[in-house]
Design a protein around this ligand. Structure first.
Ligand code: AFP
Length: 339
């Protein structure tokens, strides 16, 4: 008989998955759980975002008399504090910090390096639109002590796990260790992430395309041609799509992952290498897209095969349903005269 009170928590699910990765000795499980804890703390602050000013200046200044921090600073510190003392992490890199973040004195460095964008899409906070936290995890390459940039500057093919948390109408954590993509929704009444979307697979082709079209005149003619295809101008090869763009990668990616579609942030005359960061945004999302049956390229190369050379390297990104991503690569190759 169906057990109606049975729920699968994030902890239980990743513990069961861990049996599939025996060499990780439970550390990856705990690391994902540390990230989930950080995300719950961030979620609770985001929920209060509009209230700080209503509650008044007393709430904007904490007991030490410090000014209320901006949410992206808060999210960055919260994640670092959730990870830096556990003995599981040798170094961190964040979109908010210029250099590598070492493990504080007194704590032992561990086997993993973690990269994150603590609050992606933070310009959306003021208008109550969804934002997110994105993360990626690698095994360290250095042998001991504090981690080095080498541990972090690994191609996405070396990731052992990646995921994001979306702070939307509900809070969801979506992650993969390469073995399926799984989504958990935070039940605020019990403070637990519960399995809500097991084995997410993205449709081969999607309904939506997501791109900041105000950049149209600054794109290469190849990118313009591909986007016109999504408008419906190339019906022999691709069906026209609906446009959806929030301007928050996590939210745009999440919708397209579930419903099918393609997100683009191409290079343009202002952002000659694209806008998004390889380590904190593109690699983790590419890892998830591929684990869900989708694809991610920079217009020609597979994102996960790009060798990073610096912490804040940017890359163009085309990500989502496999046939839609392939369409963009094909059009770009044709116009640029590549095979
Ligand atoms: P912010 O974190 O500065 O809001 O940037 C968000 C982001 O990195 C990504 O989440 C969006 O998809 C993209 O930038 C939006 O950029 P445009 O505003 O140029 O469209």
């Amino acid at each position: 008989m169906l057990n109606r009170t049975m729920v699968i928590t994030l902890e239980r699910f990743i513990l069961e998955q861990e049996a599939l990765q025996p060499d990780d000795r439970g550390e990856l499980t705990n690391l994902l759980y540390d990230i989930a804890l950080g995300a719950k703390l961030i979620a609770s602050q985001i929920r209060r975002a509009g209230l700080v000013n209503i509650v008044g200046t007393a709430a904007a200044v904490n007991v030490q008399g410090e000014e209320q921090q901006k949410l992206d600073v808060y999210a960055n510190e919260t994640l670092q504090n959730a990870l830096n003392h556990t003995g599981r992490v040798c170094a961190m890199a964040s979109e908010e910090d210029e250099g590598l973040i070492p493990i504080p004195a007194g704590y032992s460095p561990g086997r993993y390096a973690v990269m994150f964008d603590p609050l992606d899409g933070s310009s959306n906070i003021d208008v109550n639109a969804p934002v997110g936290t994105i993360f990626a995890i690698t095994h360290r390459l250095s042998s001991e002590g504090q981690g080095t940039e080498r541990d972090v500057l690994q191609p996405g093919t070396e990731l052992v796990a990646a995921g994001y948390v979306i702070y939307g109408s509900s809070v969801m954590m979506v992650y993969s260790t390469g073995n399926g993509v799984h989504g958990f929704t935070l039940d605020p009444t019990i403070g637990e992430f519960l399995l809500s979307h097991e084995n997410i697979t993205t449709p081969r082709t999607g309904k939506y395309y997501s791109v900041n079209e105000s950049n149209f005149g600054r794109w290469s003619s190849a990118v313009q041609r591909a986007v016109r295809g999504f408008h419906g101008d190339d019906p022999a090869r691709i069906k026209g799509k609906n446009s959806r763009y929030i301007g928050s990668l996590v939210a745009d990616f999440h919708r397209n992952l579930i419903a099918g579609g393609v997100y683009l942030y191409p290079a343009d005359l202002k952002n000659v290498h694209g806008k998004l960061r390889l380590l904190y945004e593109c690699n983790p999302m590419a890892f998830l897209a591929e684990a869900a049956g989708g694809k991610a390229t920079d217009g020609s190369r597979r994102i996960l095969e790009i060798q990073p050379t610096s912490l804040h390297q940017r890359t163009p990104l085309v990500i989502g349903s496999a046939e839609d991503v392939d369409y963009v690569s094909t059009v770009i190759a044709e116009i640029e005269g590549r095979p």
